[in-house]
Every structure is written in C-alpha cells, then in structure tokens.
Ligand binder design. Structure first.
Ligand SMILES: C[S@@+](CC[C@H](N)C(=O)[O-])C[C@H]1O[C@@H](n2cnc3c(N)ncnc32)[C@H](O)[C@@H]1O
Length: 309
C-alpha cells in the first residue's frame, strides 16, 4: 500500500460546478485517497465519506486525526448512503459526490489483480470481504453470461470472441491469474490494435465483479432523495456506459424536460427534480499532467429550490 498515490480528477471543475460551501453536509461516496474529501473539508463542509475498500478506511483514519468531527468515514457501498446519513443524524445533505471506478493506487497495487501489467491472482474485488473474485466469475459463468459481461465494454463480435477464448482456456484448466487471462485473450484477438487487447476485457470483468453499474443505478435515486433543496449531485465517470446512465438519470429527473411532453401531466416539473445540469470535461492541461483523466466526465445536477441559480 505504501507509495501508492491517486491524483484527484476534475477537482477544480468539481469545486466550480458544485460550489460546496461553509457548513454544508456532503457525502463523498468514493473516498479513495481522500482528494475530493479534503477539498470539501477545506471549503468548510462536514463530510461523510464512504468506500468499500479496507485500505481506504486506513487512510481515512489519518484524515480523521486532522479534521476531527467534521469528518466521518464508513466502510460501506455508497448504495447505502441513506442509512449511513441517518446514522450521522442527517435527514438530508447539500451534496453527494461519486467519483466512480477505482483509484490509481488500487490499479497499481500488483496484489489486487486489477491490472494486466503484473501477473497476480484474478481477484479485482474492491471489498476483499465480498464473496466473488474475477477468477470465480470466469470459472462459473456460461457462454451467454460471459458474452453479456464483456459486452459492457466491447462490441458484440468482440464479446463473443472473448467469451469463447475464456471457455477454451477453461478447458485446459482453471484461469487463475491475470497473466493466464491475458494469454487467453491475446490468443483471441488481433494484436495490431492501438490499445492493449486486454484493456476492455479487464475493465468489463472488474465492473462485473464489483457490480459497478448496478451500484450506480441504485445510488442515483438514493442521492436525489437525500438532497435538500438546492443540493448538488456530482458524478465523475470514466466509462461510457456509466456516463450514459448518469446522463439519462439527470435528464430524466430534470424539471425542464428536454423532450416535448406527450401528455399534459408530463409538462409539470417533477417535484424535487434537478433545476440545472452541468457537464464538464478535463482540460488539456489536466490530461497532459494526468493521462488517466482523459476519459473522465463530470456531471452535476442542482436540485430545485435553495439559492438562486
Ligand atoms: C476513483 S476512486 C476515488 C478517488 C477519490 N475521489 C480521491 O480523490 O482520492 C474510487 C473509489 O471509490 C471506491 N468505490 C467504487 N465503487 C464504490 C461503491 N459502490 N461503494 C463504495 N466505494 C466505492 C473505490 O474503492 C475507490 O477507492
């Protein structure tokens, strides 16, 4: 764990677009290395931080020593943010931030099995207590489920090729390590591609092991319900399927519907919906400094009510 770092992505843009202010209650559902949480605390907010990763909990303990009772950490899935807020005595919050995916520190820790750069056991769990590793999934799923898994990040044709490659490798023995998976996939796909053949397959597998799309879909309405009038929901995503779900949720819950209403009641603004939506991409300077930010998208929804927009 020592020496691993994570540079917070779109930090300045988040502070500008979501404008956290002194005395506000914020939930950071993805504490990671605490970059966004520290900025919220520096703005004078109270922060309830969450993360599924036990190593994040250890880092949070250090932050707790500095910020005292303005900061609290719970090791839980952000899907459970409402229950965690109630335990804090918070009936509502002024802001929720979700900075999705994994941190650079998790990716670069060879023992976690998130990266194909090192040969390691096929683990990929954010929460080491959860029952299913990447190796278990690859061992248990049938062809149709494997195709569905890979299709989160690959075309239908590629997904079928990847699924068949896993099945072929399985016939020769269990897929136990990242190196064995890379070898199986490398054999399945042409090598003249710009990105490493394993990139998309590893991403899809990690998202399935941690049910990342399912967690996001459950967390978005939970966050909206928790927001006080004028509250902000900020989501940073790195993957197009995630960003698509966030975009549809924010637009679907927008008071100013983008589409023409087909029935009179649809013209009514949804009570407690978003009054303003913002989308921000990383600057060229940030992409140069931190290439990992290249695919990042920040979307912020401002709930109706509260201060003037
Ligand atoms: C991109 S990192 C966040 C980095 C953080 N904003 C920072 O500046 O250090 C994402 C973090 O969220 C955690 N995470 C992802 N999905 C989660 C979920 N459903 N519930 C709780 N934590 C989650 C991961 O374990 C990881 O530590």
């Amino acid at each position: 764990m020592d020496g691993l770092r994570h540079e917070p992505v779109l930090l300045r843009e988040f502070l500008e677009a979501a404008a956290p202010a002194q005395g506000e209650r914020w939930i950071d559902g993805t504490f990671g290395f605490g970059g966004h949480t520290s900025a919220l605390l520096a703005c004078g907010c109270r922060v309830l931080a969450m993360d599924r990763d036990p190593e994040a909990e250890q880092r949070a303990a250090l932050l707790g020593n500095v910020w005292g009772d303005r900061f609290r950490f719970v090791r839980r899935n952000f899907v459970e943010m409402a229950a965690a807020a109630v335990e804090m005595g918070w009936g509502s919050v002024e802001g929720v931030l979700l900075d999705l995916g994994i941190s650079s520190g998790q990716l670069e820790d060879p023992s976690r099995g998130f990266s194909f750069r090192w040969d390691a056991p096929l683990d990929m769990r954010m929460d080491s207590a959860s029952p299913m590793t990447a190796g278990d999934l690859l061992q248990d799923l049938g062809e149709a489920d494997l195709v569905r898994l890979f299709s989160t990040t690959s075309s239908p044709g590629e997904s079928r090729r990847l699924a068949r490659a896993v099945l072929r490798a399985r016939e020769k023995g269990r897929l136990r390590t990242t190196g064995e998976l890379v070898a199986a996939i490398g054999a399945a796909r042409p090598s003249r591609r710009r990105i490493h053949p394993a990139t998309r397959a590893f991403l899809a597998l990690r998202m399935a092991v941690n049910d990342e799309l399912g967690s996001l879909e459950r967390a978005l309405p939970a966050a909206l319900r928790l927001l006080s009038p004028g509250g902000r929901l900020a989501v940073i995503s790195f993957q197009s399927e995630e960003d698509r779900r966030v975009k549809h949720f924010l637009r679907g819950q927008s008071c100013r519907r983008l589409k023409e209403p087909t029935a009179p009641e649809e013209a009514l603004p949804l009570a407690g919906g978003f009054a303003r939506l913002v989308r921000v991409l990383p600057s060229e300077e940030e992409i140069l400094r931190n290439p990992r930010s290249r695919s990042a998208r920040l979307r912020v929804g401002w709930k109706e009510g509260g201060r003037d927009l």
